[in-house]
Design a protein around this ligand. Structure first.
Ligand SMILES: [Zn+2]
Length: 113
């Protein structure tokens, strides 16, 4: 089950993020990194006087390409997400991105098994 971002009880910011959402964020960052790298590679020999929205359109078009760009990004992001879960969260379930507060899930949450 996906959990929404909660308010941190320490700093009152809405930046307390559950491990599942943290993983999704990191995987998305991996996809973005792959898209940006390929986009930049393709712009190496292209003139630099671009019109408004041109580059964003080309970047978005990369997402629709049949090449395994998204898979490469997911693989890259998953590797980092595993390390984030291991080194940042440890046995905790949520992390506040603002203040670093770590939190366990409530004991009344239904646990699988
Ligand atoms: Zn906080």
């Amino acid at each position: 089950m996906m959990k929404t971002c909660n308010i941190c009880t320490i700093c009152n910011s809405a930046t307390l993020i559950h491990r599942q959402n943290l993983r999704t964020l990191v995987v998305m960052a991996g996809v973005l990194d792959v898209l940006l790298r390929i986009h930049v590679e393709r712009q190496q020999d292209v003139p630099t006087d671009h019109v408004q929205w041109e580059q964003l359109g080309k970047l978005v078009a990369l997402v629709a390409e049949p090449k395994p760009l998204l898979e490469a990004g997911v693989t890259q992001g998953t590797g980092l997400a595993d390390n984030v879960a291991k080194h940042w969260l440890g046995t905790f379930d949520s992390l506040c991105l603002n203040c670093g507060f770590l939190l366990m899930d409530e004991p009344d949450d239904p646990a699988p098994g």
